[in-house]
Design a protein around this ligand. Structure first.
Ligand SMILES: *Cc1c(COP(=O)(O)O)cnc(C)c1O
Length: 393
């Protein structure tokens, strides 16, 4: 088979499987409303949970102070005092001694797993973990096993089978990105301790969004602290509305990553202007006002969808998916919603398991109650028209 045949066949197969993906072109800044194909759409698709992505002042101020680029990697001359200060503020915001900035969450996860794990180690991951954790595990060449979603007994079974001399690392999303539910972090911490393991938590959807004004993220949300979770990863592209990521941990862990993490060492530092802007956004986030508005929207959405007997998946976070199952049906409903002026992405395999296509509805602090009412009313009408069983189930 030639290269051309291989590429054509794969693309053709993708279309036949109804898994063809297309990008929309957004012609406005992010927000509760976005401009797509000259139409204003009510946006229930973004991870900009606190409505910060459209802000520009802090970035403009950062660019005035620092210019555009960072000029080099962190270990050469790209590490500015803006990066340094942001690392300190991030560490403090999640209650860890130190933090280390990365270009994005994907690379941070690569770095953690690839750097820590050696061939003779054992890695245990939740079945529904984000693709970047799975990829990072594969790069590490260690033995990787995936336990059933949030099933601590299944994990325990794996841990008991592991040769006692192998070091174990347990990795989990704190908030699962396509389901919106949360990992039982206290239980995972206990079991990790019993086996002298290292617990790593990916808090892409919890950092800046969950927790309280003293400490942000899923640990605070679940009444835990740095002593319960060895490695914490948070991203700056979701709740914080910008771009980038960080790993928080002990002094030794961070120094170890600075010395050995290839995705840290061999890449250009994020712009200092961005680091400075993220510092400002963090201060906004820690005041807690936007989280309060988001929480009110989540409560309102849950209450109204229950009243309408909509079968929304069990979640108390900003991610409120409606399970459809069939890929084509999910796509059709998403398209009808768009005709009604609403943007909700249909999530299909391989992002989710086969037969579990869904509409991934995300709420933000920028939505109003009437936005939510319009979404739910439209959803009910469309589901009825397609005879969808998710309605009234
Ligand atoms: C988005 C996401 C990432 C990747 O973060 P980026 O900064 O977008 O690369 C990692 N893990 C989870 C769970 C995510 O949802």
């Amino acid at each position: 088979m030639s290269w051309q045949q291989r590429i054509q066949q794969a693309v053709q197969q993708r279309k036949e499987d109804n898994l063809w993906r297309q990008r929309i072109n957004v012609a406005s800044p992010q927000g509760a409303r976005v401009l797509v194909d000259k139409a204003v759409l009510l946006n229930f698709s973004s991870n900009d949970y606190l409505g910060l992505a459209q802000e520009s002042e802090s970035l403009i101020a950062g660019a005035k102070a620092w210019g555009m680029g960072s000029g080099a990697s962190h270990l050469v001359c790209g590490h500015s005092s803006a990066h340094q200060q942001l690392e300190q503020s991030l560490a403090q915001s999640v209650g860890y001694p130190r933090a280390l900035l990365f270009a994005n969450g994907y690379m941070a996860n690569m770095a953690i797993l690839q750097t820590l794990l050696k061939r003779q180690d054992s890695l245990f991951q939740d079945k529904l973990n984000h693709a970047s954790l799975i990829d990072g595990g594969q790069l590490s060449n260690c033995k990787m096993q995936r336990y059933r979603h949030n099933d601590v007994e299944h994990l325990s079974h794996f841990l008991q089978q592991k040769p006692p001399s192998n070091l174990a690392l347990i990795a989990t999303d704190a908030v699962f990105s396509m389901d919106g539910d949360q990992a039982p972090l206290a239980e995972l911490s206990n079991i990790s301790r019993q086996h002298d393991g290292l617990l790593m938590v990916d808090d892409a959807h919890g950092f800046a969004v969950l927790g309280n004004t003293q400490q942000t993220g899923s640990l605070a949300e679940q009444g835990l602290s740095a002593k319960d979770v060895d490695v914490y990863m948070g991203t700056l592209g979701k709740g914080l509305g910008g771009y980038g990521a960080f790993v928080a941990g002990s002094e030794e862990l961070i120094e170890y990553l600075i010395q050995f993490a290839r995705p840290y060492i061999y890449t250009t530092a994020i712009p200092a202007a961005l680091a400075s802007a993220m510092q400002d956004n963090l201060a906004i986030v820690m005041s807690g006002e936007r989280q309060t508005r988001l929480r009110q929207n989540i409560d309102y959405f849950r209450q109204q969808s229950e009243r309408l007997a909509l079968n929304i998946m069990p979640s108390t976070t900003a991610i409120q998916p409606l399970l459809i199952g069939d890929d084509l049906k999910a796509l059709a409903i998403s398209q009808q919603l768009q005709q009604a002026g609403i943007l909700v992405t249909a999530i299909r395999p391989p992002t989710v398991a086969k037969g579990s296509a869904r509409l991934r509805i995300t709420l933000t602090a920028s939505h109003t109650e009437s936005d939510i009412e319009y979404l739910l009313a439209s959803l009910v009408a469309i589901l009825k028209s397609v005879g969808e069983s998710a309605y009234g189930a």
